[in-house]
Design a protein. Structure first.
Length: 81
């Protein structure tokens, strides 16, 4: 994810594009990350229903970390970087 964000910043800086490109790429990366965490959590619960509580907790933490990347990009976009 970090390399994707860095690549977006490089392209945006080279082309003179504002933070909207960076925000779009980071948002897409966060959406993919959240989707993967959700899919794997459902798969894990299907394999071991008894571990539902632990899987839910870890899944929520993983989704929050993936969403944090989009929030950082939003802050950078508002800052004009």
């Amino acid at each position: 994810m970090t390399t994707l964000l860095l690549a977006a910043e490089t392209v945006a800086a080279a082309g003179g594009i504002t933070g909207s490109f960076t925000l779009g790429i980071a948002g897409a990366g966060a959406a993919i990350g959240i989707g993967l965490v959700g899919a794997k959590a459902v798969e894990a619960v299907g394999r071991n229903p008894g571990a539902f509580g632990r899987i839910l907790t870890i899944g929520i933490i993983g989704m929050a970390l993936a969403e944090a990347i989009a929030i950082y990009a939003l802050i950078r976009a508002f800052a004009g970087q």
